[in-house]
Design a protein around this ligand. Structure first.
Ligand code: GLY
Length: 313
């Protein structure tokens, strides 16, 4: 029997309003989600590595203006873009992460370069840019990343004096935008990758959970791969991704029970809204959320594809 391969992705969780979702936008977003999960699955099908599959999947969403990562990232208070990303490979627990990144088209590739080509795990801002330069990364003008939607969002938030996401004319402006992927390859490797623009109107070099190994991203062969999406200030303090892995490791909970316990347990009680994707070493996938929706897709160990948006689907 062939060893199982499997992949799941998310494009952010939070308040996603059916009443404000046009059919055209919905179809566009579903198409990107499907393209993303298929890009990763193609690598797994050609006996590729789990980390490469997650990178391929995340890049599709980073390249789309519809998601808060890469192109389409939200704007900071200073009307700039600062992106965060991380990746972890479960075989030797190798990891790479970057935060406060500007001008890099695919921050997940820079996180991967940190994992593969540096002696470190986590590089930030100017230092990360110097590392990117040394690795031959191209720097794009900020205009590539900025969309009119994000300009309007920032304006609305500045007027209200808040930094979180708020409703405007878009169906998911209260979504904690982040993208991520988890994959299991035919060699039994688990990997997780997460990328984000953070939160609109963020100040002072604010960094969320996405680039933090153990909070936004975690992968451990024989156990689980996790990528999270939610209010970083809560997900960091609850070390959500590693908490889920620890529940499976020590309490012997399965991926479904552990995911639900983490998302609906103390995290929810303290106000931490969001979701996660988790994939175990058998290829079982779990999507968990305590919000009204999470953009998500998967191709399971039987090759079945799902693409969904709302929590009640
Ligand atoms: N979860 C994304 C962030 O808080 O930045």
């Amino acid at each position: 029997m062939q060893p199982p391969i499997s992949i799941a992705i998310h494009g952010g969780a939070g308040t996603i309003l059916r009443s404000k979702m046009s059919e055209q936008l919905k179809q566009e977003m579903l198409a990107v989600l499907e393209a993303s999960v298929r890009a990763g699955y193609e690598i797994l099908q050609s006996n590729g590595d789990a980390a490469d599959a997650t990178i391929a999947a995340v890049k599709v969403m980073e390249n789309s203006p519809h998601f808060n990562a890469g192109k389409g990232s939200v704007l900071t208070h200073e009307e700039s873009i600062e992106m965060d990303a991380s990746i972890m490979h479960g075989k030797a627990l190798n990891a790479g992460a970057v935060a406060g990144i500007k001008g890099i088209k695919n921050p997940i590739e820079l996180a991967n370069a940190v994992m593969l080509n540096s002696d470190h795990v986590f590089l930030i801002a100017d230092g990360a840019h110097r590392f990117a330069d040394s690795q031959g990364f191209e720097f794009l003008d900020e205009e590539y990343f900025v969309t009119e939607r994000r300009r309007q969002q920032l304006q609305s938030m500045k007027e209200k004096g808040i930094f979180a996401l708020s409703e405007s004319k878009y169906p998911d402006d209260k979504k904690f935008g982040t993208v991520g992927a988890v994959a299991l390859d035919c060699f039994g490797n688990l990997a997780a990758a997460t990328s984000t623009g953070g939160v609109t109107n963020k100040k002072f070099g604010r960094v969320g959970d996405s680039p933090i190994i153990g909070a936004g991203t975690f992968a451990e062969n024989g156990n689980v791969a996790v990528s999270t999406t939610g209010v970083g200030e809560y997900f960091i303090r609850k070390t959500v991704a590693s908490d889920l892995a620890a529940r499976m490791r020590y309490l012997k909970e399965d991926v479904h029970v552990a995911s639900e316990q983490v998302i609906h347990g103390e995290l929810e009680a303290m106000g931490g809204e969001g979701g996660l994707i988790a994939l175990d070493s058998k290829g079982d996938i779990h999507f968990a959320m305590n919000s009204s929706g999470m953009y998500r897709a998967s191709i399971d160990a039987q090759g079945a594809i799902t693409v969904k948006i709302y929590a009640d689907e």
